[in-house]
Design a protein around this ligand. Structure first.
Ligand SMILES: Nc1ncnc2c1ncn2[C@@H]1O[C@H](COP(=O)(O)OP(=O)(O)OP(=O)(O)O)[C@@H](O)[C@H]1O
Ligand SMILES: [Mg+2]
Length: 484
């Protein structure tokens, strides 16, 4: 077995050599990085077991290293070195997912001990994963989890798209994992060594968004006292993630389109442009086609971005994913909070399954995180779950209004509730609902089919779940032909 590999990131060269030497004596292989940027580079290039990073550095600080680690190498543990007495930053680091922290000055032995503890934790966790079997890993791609057929297709397409440089458009409701898919593409592509630069196009005033994207030179406008690189330039060699693309103002859309065509960026106030090598992944939680029809989104830009497209269906259409995600989040948050929670009761799971999750995976994860904190035994019970899951039991119409549910979803919820009340008696339920029992049987069959296919009904009518435009070198994967 190869020795555990530790990455040490600190802009204090003496510190780096000291740690390198001492941890070397303990049988660890130590990779040195004398700046945040160098640290990020190593993270992108080589697998490591533990990252030891100083919090305060000249360039990228320790928190950035921590975030990058959880994106690129989620299994690696991070130990943060904080300034003496700065409890607030230590707490901040732990909240953000650091495994441990040491405050300066510390004995090198303390560090060796912390690293050993981290390795032990990793070992236990790996054993656990092995116990749970290979199965789980087949349903995972980077940080993405999914057992539904549709997620299997998404995993396949990520692999294929990552191997190319084509533009990608990802659609799906809020919290369905669009950014996670974008990161998975970036970190599996040739561009992984350079940056993944996200920018949210919604809610930023037009002029600000423009200067953020393209940068500016000193004196370009009042207040521009220095020059600043734009985000496109920051993404040189890497990936630019344009979130909420459909919200971008029309005028800026035209400018962006020109940049995508020429790959040349001219900062505001400058008359010289620079050629930038970047890939674009865009995302939207509205249907961009509808935005095009409504005249709010340029069709030419849409075509430019939509070379390959992903649609992530809402969580309520992905029953198998929900169960897998619940298990995954219980494990994740039990470990993070150091709580001995390992499972969920049938009744509690039924509540989760009955809820439509308008906030999708993000909302589910929040609910589980809270439930893990509240649980009084190893198993999450209905009472540990947030109130809105129970309120749903009270007045289905109010919940529908509060959650802005579609008529169809509300109808489905209502049918499910009546079936529950009648103990699954189709005939009795049909009488209450005022429909023919056959209608309910057809619904059962439809549900069954949807469950088997991972659910492909979407609020994006006419938009197949996963597509690629013909002629772009991508074959069109069929949502039914592949399985994880
Ligand atoms: N398939 C998945 N497996 C594991 N975690 C997921 C999955 N999908 C989403 N998540 C988690 O849910 C949260 C939301 O995901 P993400 O930010 O990618 O969603 P989004 O579609 O970009 O949402 P928004 O439109 O609101 O920006 C994140 O914490 C992410 O880790
Ligand atoms: Mg997002």
């Amino acid at each position: 077995m190869s020795p555990p590999r530790i990455l040490i990131v600190d802009d204090d060269a003496d510190m780096v050599s000291l740690v390198r030497e001492e941890l070397g004596h303990h049988g660890f292989e130590v990779l040195p990085a004398r700046s945040g940027t160098e640290g990020l580079q190593v993270l992108r290039d080589q697998p490591v077991d533990v990252v030891v990073t100083d919090l305060r550095m000249q360039d990228n600080d320790g928190m950035e290293i921590l975030r990058a680690t959880s994106d690129i190498q989620p299994e690696a543990k991070v130990i943060m070195i904080t300034a003496f007495g700065s409890i607030a930053s230590a707490i901040g680091a732990m909240r953000a997912g650091a495994f441990d922290y040491l405050s300066k000055p510390f004995e090198i032995e303390e560090l060796a001990l912390a690293v050993q503890k981290a390795m032990e934790d990793t070992r236990l966790r790996r054993e656990n994963v092995l116990l749970r079997g290979e199965v789980e890993r087949r349903y995972q791609f980077g940080n993405l989890i999914g057992a539904s057929r549709v997620m299997g297709v998404v995993f396949d397409l990520i692999r294929r798209v990552a191997g190319s440089d084509i533009n990608v458009l990802i659609t799906g409701e809020s919290g369905t994992g669009k950014e996670l898919v974008a990161k998975a593409i970036h970190y599996n592509s040739e561009r992984r060594r350079a940056r993944f630069v996200p920018i949210n196009c919604a809610g930023i005033p037009e002029t600000l968004l423009e200067s953020e994207l393209f940068g500016y030179v000193r004196g370009a406008f009042t207040g521009a006292t220095t020059s600043r690189k734009g985000l496109i330039e920051e993404a040189h060699g890497g990936t630019l993630f344009l979130d909420e693309i459909a919200e971008m103002p029309m005028l800026l859309q035209a400018k962006l389109l020109r940049v995508l065509e020429d790959k040349e960026v001219r900062p505001l106030g400058s008359n010289r442009g620079a050629v930038i090598d970047f890939r674009v992944i865009a995302a939207s939680n509205r249907d961009p086609r509808a935005q095009v029809t409504a005249g709010a989104f340029r069709e030419d830009l849409f075509f430019r971005l939509n070379v390959a497209s992903f649609h992530l269906p809402p969580l309520r259409k992905r029953g198998e994913d929900l169960r897998l995600l619940v298990r995954h989040f219980i494990g994740k948050h039990a470990t993070a909070q150091g709580r001995p929670v390992t499972g969920i009761s049938r009744e509690a799971l039924a509540l989760l399954e009955a809820y439509p999750w308008p906030g999708n995976v993000r909302e589910l994860e929040n609910a589980i995180e809270r439930a893990v904190a509240f649980a009084e035994s190893e198993t999450i019970q209905p009472n540990d779950l947030p109130g809105f899951l129970h309120e749903g039991r009270g007045n289905i119409v109010d919940v529908g209004v509060a959650r802005a549910m579609t008529l169809k979803d509300l109808q489905e919820q209502y049918i499910a509730r009546i079936l529950e009340e009648t103990g699954g008696d189709r005939d009795k339920a049909a009488r209450i609902l005022g429909v023919h029992p056959r209608t309910l049987r057809r619904r059962d069959q439809r549900m069954e089919r949807a469950r088997q296919s991972g659910g492909t009904q979407t609020p994006f009518p006419g938009d197949p779940t996963v597509t690629a435009r013909p002629g772009d070198g991508q074959s069109v994967p069929s949502p039914t032909s592949s399985n994880p």
